[in-house]
Write a protein that binds this ligand. Sequence first.
Ligand SMILES: *Cc1c(COP(=O)(O)O)cnc(C)c1O
Length: 460
Amino acid sequence: MEWKWKTIIEPFKIKTVEPLGFTTREERVRLLEQAHYNLFNIRAEKVLIDMLTDSGTGAMSADQWGGIMRGDESYAGARSYYNFEEQVRELTGLREIIPVHQGRAAEKILFSVIGGKGRYIISNSHFDTTRANVEYSGAQAMDFPAKGALDFDKTAPFKGDADVAAMERFIKDKGAENIPLCVMTVTNNSLGGQPVSMANLKKVQELCRRYGIPLFLDCARFAENAYFIKLREKGYNQRPVKEIAEEMFELADGCWMSSKKDALVNIGGFLAMNNAEWAQKCRQLLILTEGFNTYGGLAGRDLEALAIGLREVLDENYLHYRIRSSAYLGEGLIKKGVPIVNPPGGHGVYINAKKFLPHIKPQNFPAQALACALYLEGGIRGVEIGTLMFGRRDAKGNFIAAPMELVRLAMPRRVYTQSHIDYVIEVCGSLAKDKKKIRGLEALEVSPILPHFTAKLRPL
Ligand SMILES: *Cc1c(COP(=O)(O)O)cnc(C)c1O
């Protein structure tokens, strides 16, 4: 349906509700102290608007809950598996469909089969679990983001694209025989949820075909990417999103999905491909850690809900609401003088804390300070993507700041309404007025592995 109104009308009515976690400011002062200024340590019940992640935090539909009851829990050959397989096959056109409990399980299995020392995986940008699994196999994960992707002020329609020329130089340099896979992450999660254009996907596919390198999609947010193509790419305006998504998958030899994103479920994933030899090896590993071929670490009911979610996510009224909501949050923040990564991505908005809080030095974690201030001011939980997450020390012990200081406000799917977003904008606006009062933090304890999860901090 054409939507000409400014109001973002949520394309659903609400049947089940959950209370939000209201707290007083006094309580939040205490909670932050107890949590050592690390928002991962705050109980979710004490968060009013939880924008930590869009992963597994979505709301299922009445139809999906119905599917949960219909789920077939047979160990082998369950009806729910066949519903799932048929749905994934219809969408992707791929032959071998392997269920897994979430995205990283697919990555672990795939890279155990095709990774290894001396090999390179090339990508527009690897997501962090993808990179970790590639590297754990002994292979190297190489990113080739489009030029300008890291220029946060510049708006461009497809900042998730790959730099095809740079990819080709790398292939020539290292030899195609050492590159078992190219993966395009759609949308590009690590770079702000920015979409990849169909034109770029086609160029990457053409490159891969020329050098005989299989192309996979890391398709956690395939529907959001397809909708951005419809909105922004010439020639796609009149095409149904479902067709655009199918066209994306037609270019690929395989894919994996964290279904906690665009399959609108709280847990689940899959790995799919045409290469029967790889699939056979993957299934052997699947049985070792995930389970039998027809459930792969999921309950039958999960497979049922996943299959339904894959259909529902292509509803254009839903996608309009989804993408408009992120854009609306972004526009609202800009109006309040809060700088963001432009343009807003599909699954959230990234506040540029380096620009917002220039008085806080990188070693005092400006983005983490802002994330804590947001919680203190309004009970809102975002996540730091900055020096706490990516800061390093060199061999001599010198501090190296992260290249960016961002706070991601991720949007859970079908969970919050326009008035929740208005509230977030209002709180951010209030912080902007008094931003000089926001103080940096100092680290008390930072572990070398995934420091943001366990770090302990205190205010200066
Ligand atoms: C979330 C995500 C993954 C990992 O999936 P999990 O379900 O969290 O294990 C991989 N790639 C991308 C692009 C993701 O967004």
